[in-house]
Design a protein around this ligand. Sequence first.
Ligand code: IMP
Ligand code: MG
Length: 186
Amino acid sequence: MDERSELHAPARARGRLRVLYTAEEIRERTARLADEIRPHYEGKNPLLLGVLKGSFIFLADLARALAIPLEVDFVQLASYGDGTESSGFVRFIHDVERPLAGRHVLVVEDIVDTGTTLAFLLGTLASRQAASVRVVSLLDKPGRRVNQVQVDFAGFTVENLFVVGYGMDHAEAYRHLPDICALEEV
Ligand code: IMP
Ligand code: MG
């Protein structure tokens, strides 16, 4: 039992957690991602467009690692259902507050899995006259793609695993975990 055993306690009810990336590894990767992303946006006051809820912690850390003037907005999308599989039907729960026309938009995702959610979002953004639209995703599961969407910047590539922690959930649990963990059936 380490000092995190209490944080990981819900695992007893829902499955077993295996740490994939520690908080320290996430911090290092985010710093390098920010170095890769920054040159595209210096002097452009980009809009970081977070996809709620899963990206909220990553966006907060990425915004600080970028350390350039930027703005933040959020969309919330839902694919029907609470399970570990995306249903394929996506809808808006919350749209952006301000117009995107002329803005340099960086979509900030937690994880791109089948690509269904991102394809829907990019499809709706296409009509809004943004100056540019790029995508950063903390995690990428390319082996699961159904919709071929482009992820311009990816933190970690993972296999076909269900992951939780660092903002990501299973039925709303585990978002608070500092590490990224695989949730495994027991
Ligand atoms: P997609 O539409 O299949 O690409 O999945 C989109 C959304 O489903 C992601 O942005 C996540 O919020 C959620 N999701 C997909 N895979 C996982 C996972 O392994 N753990 C937690 N959430 C996931
Ligand atoms: Mg998401």
